[in-house]
Design a protein around this ligand. Structure first.
Ligand SMILES: [Zn+2]
Length: 239
């Protein structure tokens, strides 16, 4: 039977291993992976939405340009109408010239208005193109928000487990002599978390190797309180 302090070391090791797992799960939670995948999907849809919005802006700019051209023509036509009917122009030749100019302006305005109609149709098409993309983005954002909520709850639960295990670890480690604890900790970091193993017969259950006959004999002669290490892997052995 080994000294209780070594059994205590095994309890510390179990808690350290549990903490390692909790911290790993906290840092690599599967929900976080799902959120990352949603972000990738969102980025793809956002690129499409940006491209469509770009075309929307171009069309809006063209619409505004045409509207201002039409406004200029309308103002000119009003000016000509005024001249034609206010009696300020009396010569037949001048009146005909004004009438020609007015007709030319009407024709120009009609052409511009045709283009305006075409652009309005294009705006409708682009709006229809954007609508399903926006729906997808909103759906993904809602799913993301849901996953964020689930992740926060899951992480809070793990943090609680970590906090409990840390308290238990402090309690479990308190009766262990400082030099033994630091020997354990440095072995633990070198040996992937498992620094304490039981000796089963003459086999170390850390590395599953049989101890050499000489080493096994030496260990048997040591007192219960003595620190013995596996001659194969170096782990602290509990007898
Ligand atoms: Zn070993």
């Amino acid at each position: 039977m080994a000294s209780p302090v070594y059994e205590q070391l095994l309890t510390v090791q179990d808690l350290d291993l549990a903490l390692l797992q909790y911290r790993h799960r906290h840092a690599n939670h599967p929900i976080q992976q799902q959120i990352t995948e949603l972000d990738d999907e969102l980025a793809t849809y956002q690129t499409t939405a940006d491209e469509i919005s770009g075309r929307q802006s171009e069309l809006s700019a063209k619409e505004a340009e045409l509207a201002s051209e039409v406004a200029v023509i309308e103002a000119k036509r009003a000016e000509i109408d005024a001249k034609l009917y206010d009696g300020s122009v009396t010569g037949t030749k001048d009146l005909l010239a004004l009438q020609d100019e007015a007709e030319m302006l009407v024709s120009r305005q009609s052409d511009l208005e045709d283009v305006e109609l075409e652009i309005m149709e294009q705006v409708e098409q682009v709006d229809a193109e954007l609508a399903p993309v926006t729906t997808q983005i909103l759906g993904l954002l809602a799913r993301r928000a849901e996953e964020e909520g689930l992740l926060a709850a899951a992480l809070a639960e793990i943090e609680q487990e970590i906090s409990t295990s840390e308290t238990l670890r402090v309690e479990a480690a308190s009766p262990i002599p400082a030099d033994l604890l630091s020997h354990y900790e440095s072995l633990r970091d070198d040996l992937g978390g498992v620094a304490v193993a039981r000796l089963v017969g003459s086999t170390c259950d850390g590395c599953h190797m049989a101890l050499s006959a000489v080493s096994f004999d030496q260990i048997k002669r040591q007192g219960d309180d003595a620190l013995v290490n596996c001659d194969q892997c170096g782990r602290i052995l509990i007898r």
